[in-house]
Ligand binder design. Structure first.
Ligand code: 5GP
Ligand code: MN
Length: 339
């Protein structure tokens, strides 16, 4: 993988570009890809954003989101775009398998693949160019760096600013995680100077939920949460029947894992959701408990040091059992945790 700077001189030559992200995109995946899109089109490139799957409706306010191609829904159209592309930007994921059914097409594409990502252990051999930096708060911050370092601050317009702000704000837990560096705050200052209305972004993301979602959360906290104080751990296990009963859609469960993490003394929080085709797990930790390794070791996943995920094909009860076993195996690290 050559460094991303190698691309800068080529930016002004119009190309066919696909920009993609991980499946079930979050606000960083959608915000960074759309932010890059609104930047690149100003050079006369023909660019399209493709998502491997559908996404949460709370992302639809983002400028350009309605034009994003859903690979599962519009596979033929997406395949043509992928096959004809000169460049394929791969944002906010480290391994091609995070693009689910798109993986094979991406792997076989004639285009040069370009990585911009902040997850651990990237599959560098499949990318012609790229930048991978686990110290970065968000992929949105890395797209901002890409724009600034290539000398194009003047191309940050209100669209670019809103999309990138959404990514960095959500991936830093509203600027609270340790990844929120001074550079992140400088970035926000620049976005403000370039037309960002940050209050609109907060409203669009956090004041747009359905009533059902809150009733679902009430049920989950009351009936589906277990707290293991001797392990400083809390677990939520959601059966599929709850998702059906409350008409839970993609994205409605995002952030739920943060509730148990905010209980006093809890250092490891987990949620396991029965999505039918698989059991999806999310892990969050505080301080020195490494959930990236935890997710990798026990649940075929990965992510970051304090936020990671995984999945299992086993029934929910078995995954809960596996989680408890894994928790017990990590007893020393969990029970001795100190701030
Ligand atoms: P979340 O719990 O919000 O789904 O994901 C937390 C972090 O872990 C994100 O950065 C996400 O990209 C990563 N992640 C979630 N699930 C998986 C997975 O199954 N495999 C890998 N490698 N990373 C994951
Ligand atoms: Mn991210």
């Amino acid at each position: 993988m050559q460094t991303i700077e190698t691309l800068y001189p080529q930016l002004s030559t119009p190309k066919k570009i696909v920009i993609t992200m991980h499946q079930k995109p979050d606000a960083d995946a959608m915000g960074s890809t759309l932010g890059l899109y609104h930047f690149l089109v100003q050079f006369g490139h023909s660019a399209t954003v493709i998502s491997p799957t559908n996404w949460a409706s709370f992302l639809n306010w983002m400028p350009g989101c309605k034009e994003v191609v859903d690979y599962e829904r519009d596979t033929d159209k997406a395949n043509i775009l992928i096959d004809q592309a000169d460049w394929i930007f791969c944002l906010d994921f480290n391994v091609l398998s995070r693009t689910k059914r798109m993986e094979e097409r991406l792997a076989n594409a004639g285009a040069e693949r370009i990585l911009i990502d902040h997850h651990q252990q990237p599959q560098v051999e499949v990318f012609a160019y790229g930048v991978s930096n686990t110290k970065k708060s968000s992929t949105a911050e890395m797209v901002y760096d890409f724009i600034m370092e290539s000398g194009h601050e003047d191309k940050i317009n209100a669209f670019v600013a809103e999309c990138l702000y959404a990514g960095v704000m959500t991936d830093t837990g509203s600027f609270r995680f340790p990844s929120t560096t001074a550079s992140v705050h400088r970035m926000i200052a620049t976005l403000k100077e370039r037309g960002l209305n940050h209050s609109n972004v907060h409203e669009a993301l956090f004041d747009n939920f359905s009533e059902n979602r809150f009733r679902f959360i009430g049920n989950v906290l009351m009936n589906r949460m277990e707290v293991f104080y001797e392990y400083n751990t809390a677990l939520i296990a959601v059966p599929q029947q709850d998702l059906i009963k409350y008409d839970i859609k993609t994205g409605d469960t995002e952030g739920l894992v943060n509730y148990p993490l905010s209980i006093e003394g809890i250092k490891l929080a987990a949620i396991i959701i029965d999505r039918g085709e698989e059991r999806k797990c999310s892990f969050r930790s505080k301080g020195d408990f490494d959930v990236n390794t935890f997710a990798r070791t026990y649940f075929g996943g990965g992510g970051h040091f304090n936020a990671a995920g995984g999945q299992s094909k086993e029934p929910l009860e078995k995954v809960v059992e596996d989680f408890k076993k894994a928790m017990m195996e990590n007893r020393d690290k969990l029970s001795t945790y100190k701030f």
